[in-house]
Design a protein around this ligand. Structure first.
Ligand SMILES: O=C(O)C(=O)Cc1ccccc1
Length: 268
């Protein structure tokens, strides 16, 4: 199976995608990846959704609200960051914004004067470091090749895990799986709205594993809600909960991203 993910080669997304596809192609934006799958250009896309230290990847959330795709699996993988450069003499650290944030304390302690440069992916930062001796990169240590690995395991906490979604064309949406994801745009704003969106799950003992709000882009204070819960859409209790949620969004919409299982991908 072919999958498209965040490139160039060597990103954490690439490592995760290799667990589900033999043929991995690259794009440089999560929005572009979700759009390419929605347009039928690729059968699968692998996008980072959430990190245990830094939280949501907002570009991915917004792309899932804006495009009609299915989520068919989630991948959970540990993230271990290394600092690499041509030598210890550098003045800039280039990496993906999430990786820079995940190594904030290390950088503040060890390299307080180094500039931080956010680039489109960790592997793109490595390319900068290869081309320019004043630049160090934060990436998976396997990317180092001729670069010197100056430090390993520089992330904030030992359990730096990232979730990735495997997205597929909308017609491959499944109701089977232990978890499900929804995007809800109520198109309304009144006291207790969020409570009434969540109560149908609580009343049926369905555990919510993630609740995120994102600005709808329409006006200030208008939100799209992203919900993940531990039940399959095939289950009667999930169907019942949705039957209560959908009328609350009569001025907006509810997107069922689908049900899926979790696959843990080990590093190395
Ligand atoms: O830039 C990468 O390597 C990615 O795949 C995105 C990312 C960045 C930091 C942690 C996890 C995923």
């Amino acid at each position: 199976m072919q999958a498209v993910t965040l490139g160039p080669a060597g990103t954490y997304s690439h490592r995760a995608a290799s667990a589900v596809a033999e043929d991995v192609e690259f794009l440089e934006s999560v929005t572009g990846i979700v759009e390419a799958v929605a347009d039928g250009d690729y059968p699968r896309g692998v996008v980072p959704i959430e990190n245990s230290i830094e939280g949501s990847v907002t570009g991915t959330l917004d792309a899932l609200a804006d495009n009609d795709v299915a989520v068919v699996r989630e991948l959970v993988t540990p993230i271990r960051h290394a600092l690499m450069a041509q030598s210890a003499e550098f003045d800039t650290v280039a990496s993906h914004a999430q990786a820079l944030a995940q190594c904030r304390s290390y950088l503040e302690t060890e390299y307080p004067d180094a500039k931080r440069e956010a680039v489109t992916s960790t592997a793109r930062g490595v390319e900068h470091a290869r081309a320019d001796s004043s630049v160090a990169a934060i990436a998976h240590p396997d990317n180092a090749e001729e670069l010197e690995v100056l430090a390993e395991d520089i992330q904030e906490r030992t359990s730096n895990a990232t979730r990735f979604f495997v997205v597929a064309p909308a017609d491959e949406r499944s109701r089977a799986g232990g978890k499900s994801s929804l995007v809800v745009y109520p198109g309304a704003n009144y006291p207790g709205l969020l409570l009434s969106l969540l109560e149908p799950f609580a009343e049926r003992a369905i555990n919510l594993t993630r609740v995120e709000s994102r600005p709808s882009g329409e006006r200030l204070g208008d939100y799209v809600f992203h919900l993940d819960f531990e039940a399959g859409l095939y289950e009667e209790r999930a169907e019942e909960a949705l039957a209560e949620v959908e009328p609350l969004a009569e001025n907006g919409w509810v997107r069922r991203l689908g049900s899926y299982d979790t696959q843990h991908v080990l590093d190395g």
